[in-house]
Write a protein that binds this ligand. Structure first.
Ligand code: NAD
Ligand code: DAU
Length: 339
């Protein structure tokens, strides 16, 4: 049995990833290391918390001692913990630099200390900046041109990982994925925010003219791609991950409102996000051709599945909106706080 450390496992992608590993990758056990910031929600893992191949440690990636303790005995590391919301990074970039940049340095040093065999840095398409309408999709060769404090912090982390590969022969791989959607996403991001607001007949805020384009990927497809890179990726390489599913924000919003049976009159145009990236699109042919990964789900299939999930799990959404979810750790884990 190989032990994997997953950081940020109580977040949106991390919780989906841990469930996928426990379900479909029997050779791994998972240590979930997460600080439980506002974005961390252990209730998202309630159905697997008693699985003998799973354990949880509450800890901060900025705490080198806690990271070292948690990483002891790990064969590999999947580093997802991050501050992830662009709008928050515009309000205050401090936590983004600390967690995303300094936290990555702490993770890299601990992983070097233990000679872990494979380390995956989970990054984002936002490091490449913004595309014009007729530009070809981003490849791994594009310049890094981040435009928000969030994407600048993720880019900095990627550069640090690259430097460790070059300087120390460190066994890292980097994944850069497009926009994810699916179950357990914090309702500050467009899709869960929209579903939640529409369900209670509240306005849907649309930034600027709503003509921005994102490439959407169902979270389970991203998680499978991370595992593909972990198992089959070439050390030192970067892999783009995308759904080949570009959608204009306003079209996506209208599709979701139709699926929810709610009127387009809920759409409310608001002030644009500063430096709002106009378009992201990913060329994922490297991972598709070299590692034989492909998305399983299209938005036509998975957007309705996602709407259904939020409808059927209104308790989860309600506990996030009320803040009740933050009491879950103390209820289930008492005082097992590692730092
Ligand atoms: P999220 O905000 O839902 O979850 C982040 C998790 O990290 C939370 O559980 C939080 O408690 C934890 N965390 C934050 N600071 C921490 C710290 N100092 N120490 C330990 N844990 C800490 O984020 P997400 O959307 O699941 O994204 C996960 C990763 O994937 C991030 O690195 C993000 O940049 C990347 N990514 C996200 C998307 C997307 O569409 N959501 C796309 C591409 C890449
Ligand atoms: O591309 C990958 C990135 O996708 C990840 O690295 C980030 O962690 C993740 O948050 C996401 O970033 P975006 O900024 O693209 O996602 P967000 O859901 O915040 O916004 C999606 C689009 O919708 C974007 O063009 C902004 C717009 N938007 C967003 C919100 C929250 C609105 O028009 N109104 C809103 O209320």
């Amino acid at each position: 049995m190989k032990r994997l450390m997953v950081t940020g496992g109580a977040g949106f992608i991390g919780s989906n990833l841990i469930k996928l590993i426990l379900r479909e990758f029997p050779d791994y056990e998972v240590v979930n290391f997460d600080l439980l910031t506002y974005a961390g929600n252990l209730a998202s893992l309630a159905d697997i918390e008693d699985n003998p191949r799973y354990s949880f440690i509450k800890g901060d990636v900025l705490n080198a001692e806690a990271v070292k303790k948690a990483m002891a005995g790990c064969w590999g590391v999947l580093h997802l913990a991050a501050e992830s919301h662009v709008d928050r990074s515009i309000l205050d970039s401090g936590p983004f630099i600390m967690t995303n940049v300094v936290g990555t340095q702490v993770m890299l040093d601990a992983a070097r200390h233990y000679n872990v065999e494979r380390y995956v840095q989970v990054s984002t398409d936002e490091v490449y900046g913004s595309l014009k309408l007729n530009d070809p999709p981003f490849t791994e060769q594009n310049y890094l041109k981040p435009n928000s404090p969030y994407s600048a912090s993720k880019t900095s982390a990627d550069l640090l990982v690259r430097a460790y590969v070059k300087t120390f022969g460190f066994p890292a791989l980097i994944t850069r994925c497009s926009n994810n959607y699916g179950p357990y996403q914090f309702p500050e991001k467009l899709i869960p925010l929209l579903i939640r607001n529409a369900m209670v007949d509240e306005a849907i805020p649309v930034y600027g003219d709503g003509q921005q384009i994102r490439d959407w990927l169902y979270v389970e497809d991203h998680c499978r791609a991370i595992m593909t890179v972990l198992e089959k990726g070439k050390l030192g390489e970067v892999y783009n991950i995308g759904g080949n599913a570009e959608l204009v924000n306003l079209d996506l919003i209208k599709m979701l409102l139709a699926e929810l049976g709610k009127p387009e009159s809920l759409i409310t145009f608001v002030k644009d996000r500063p430096a709002h990236d106009r378009r992201y699109a990913m060329n994922a042919s490297k991972i598709e051709n070299e590692l034989e990964w492909k998305p399983i789900f299209t938005p036509e299939q998975a957007l309705p599945m996602t709407v259904r999930w939020y409808r059927e799990n209104s308790d989860w959404v309600h506990s996030v909106i009320t803040g009740e979810y933050q009491k879950y750790y103390n209820k289930q884990y008492g005082k097992k706080d590692e730092g």
